[in-house]
Design a protein around this ligand. Sequence first.
Ligand code: B12
Ligand code: SF4
Length: 466
Amino acid sequence: MNNCDVLLINCPITFEFHLNVLGDQRYWPPLGLMYLAAMLERKNVKVKIIDPAIEKMVLSEIIQTIDSAKPTVVGLSSLTSSLRTCVQIAKAIRARYGHSIKICIGGSHISADPDFYNRFQLFDVAITGEAEITFTDVAVRFLQGEKIFGIIKGETIKQLDEIPFPARHLVNLEKYQCFLEKEMGIITSRGCPFKCNFCSRPAVSKRYRMRSSDNIVDEMEIWYRKGWKNFYFLDDILTMNRKHVMNLCDEIIHRGLNVKWGSNTRADCVDGELVKKMAAAGCRAMLYGVESGNTRIRNEVIGKGVSEKKILEAIRITNKNNIVSGMFLMMGFPTEGKKELKDTIKFASKADPSVIGVHLTKPMPGAKIYYQAIKEGVIPDNTIDLYAQGEMGEGFVENWPVYIPKGMTKKKLEQYKKIAILLFYFRPRWLFKNAGRYMKNKNLFWFDFNKAISIFLRGQSRESMS
Ligand code: B12
Ligand code: SF4
């Protein structure tokens, strides 16, 4: 690798790649780092990105890369799940180069737990929240020889159209796996104003902002012309603003882009007319965060605030428009017992989406349930540090503790999860509905078959998100 000023590293979950741990699914190139890189390039800073999980690059190879690239600044992007390698990389850099290389940490974890910077004393600077403006400023000042230390709050960009498109040329796009066909991840809005108490997402950005439809479709069109026909909008809630999505769909239709796309949203943010328009603009999959089929758990305990009626209606209109409907469900919430878990299982069949994903709740820093779990003694109060020091073993999904409600055990929760999946997918109605799809697309059959095997053998499918 040639010399560069700034080297950005997407920290993997582990360097023990042979263990093939869950949670490190490499479907999407690191959008956050590609945005930071685009901003740096705009300032003529020479920047590189490495994604060790994709390159199967172990620690010694990262150090060799640093030896030859000679960056002044190394930027580490870390989710809670990848804290362990983030610490390993920072320690290795300090051991070899002392403070001559400046280390910045950013991403979801540090935004939720800025004090990590003080506890580990490995980084020059920690930037919380969105970082396009602040990191660019810090990196340029480092390059000018300035000494900067401490935790800095990232400045949130108000006008998203002002940011350049992600620097995708800095990663090897072909190496990222997609579900079935080559698919590109794009983000059309940022920020989530909701306060679901199992979710740490608002720690990065709460204020909801949107890109203009012109700006989004300009980005899509560049890749469309290069042969990318499938897109996934990685927004937390694509349809948060109805007009935003209507305009986006109109623009896709107006430019005649023959694309297929999917996204995630909340069931109370769609209606019949909107979903019909989305289908006309190429929407083929819409995944809803439903979490629980029990109204008390969903609305009183975890603060989701979506009625059963809205969920049933959202799934119905999605199915009616021939869009694959998905429902994310979770098990293991405070006060959740047998009755509530059974309600979730029954609700999945009642709503009848095309697919469900069921996950056990992992309390994540930044989410209310994490602090509640510590207070109740459900998880150790030094969970983060134990994990980051590698004292919990390799793998996040495998080792990060789950929330176990009183009277439950992890084993029982896992059994309920398997039952939920079994009862949902082995219904005659589901099999009948999907037989045609499988006959048309054998790859899809093998994909789902492998997923089913994975769930039964490992209790988790590889594309699980929670
Ligand atoms: C796409 C996605 C994935 C993809 C790719 C991840 C990736 N590296 O991009 C896949 C499917 C692989 C994935 C997997 C997982 N994910 Co995920 N994922 C997302 C999602 C939906 C979008 C990420 C994105 O592109 N955001 C848009 C960009 C612009 O924002 P950003 O990445 O946060 O980057 C900005 C800042 O964070 C900051 N920043 C980022 N890196 C750096 C580095 C430096 C040096 C600096 C200064 C700043 C900085 O600046 C960026 C630009 O403003 C987010 C939710 C979300 N909306 O962000 C969840 C999210 C990041 N995922 C999450 C989780 C929990 C997981 C899994 C653990 C799930 C699981 N059980 O398996 C795994 C872990 C994977 C891993 N390798 O560690 C959580 C993380 C929570 C936490 N406390 O860490 C999130 C926030 C979802 C949530 N609702 O809680 N995920
Ligand atoms: S679950 Fe979805 S709606 Fe709720 S806080 Fe997280 S991102 Fe926002």
